[in-house]
Write a protein of this length. Sequence first.
Length: 298
Amino acid sequence: MKIAITGGSGFVGQELVKQLQQQGHEIIILTRKKNHFINSIQYIQWLSKDSVPENYLEGIDAVVNLAGTSINNGRWTEKHQKEIYDSRILATNEVIRILKVLKKPPKVLVNASAIGVYPASTTTTYSESSTEIAHDFLAKTVQDWEQSAISAEKLGVRVVLARFGVILGKNSGALPMMVMPYKFYVGGTVGRGSQWVSWVHVTDVVAAIIFAINNEKLNGIMNVTAPNPVCMKNFGETIATVTNRPHWFPVPAFILKIALGKKSQLILEGQRVLPKVLLDAHFQFQYPTLKRALENLL
């Protein structure tokens, strides 16, 4: 297949490109840099004044939209929050514009999203059929992001909204920062410890995206989380077990709020989210349990 990817140089994007190449697909990455080729991958400039990416995208079979400023970098100042929101809406709106002008739009758009749309809760379990929506910055971002992407359905494009959980990778994502205190023998429960962490191994994220591209029955919301979420206390205890380090030094919530500001909600609040759509479609998780995932990554 011929697959166009935005955000191809990011954490998930790099792993996705690697896997798609190994499977023999033709890859086009939309980038802010000038047009060029590297290792048989075509890089096409977009989101710049004079760029016309649509001229190079006729005949594509699928689009994977992963573009957006990372939510993990820096404090959540008003400026950073605006960058997080604007980058996602701008990129997705441009994807839709491109699809509208193609003579033959692709069959599927897999658009990144986030489980942050669900309200924080220690008692509720969410699936794709859940209608509860949070009333905060992340939820607002996700709602508008998804609303833009879903408009591709009017063009006859199948749209999959991949709501990512906490993605775990060896050198990127949330895991390195979570593991660091344990390396120095000061790891412990963060906040109350009862908040849920709906995590997922990056390998399963990539596999789920490719699964969504290939499975014509999938459309709409698709939670991309492992089938076994854990509470924060158990997450820390599992890190301690796998790294053979103690789990004893608690981190009070107020310290994180002082250090991270509004961004602390990513750690101090959480949701128990299950990937019912993927499970019902018989998707096989390579890392269904946290212990197996951490043993692979650490």
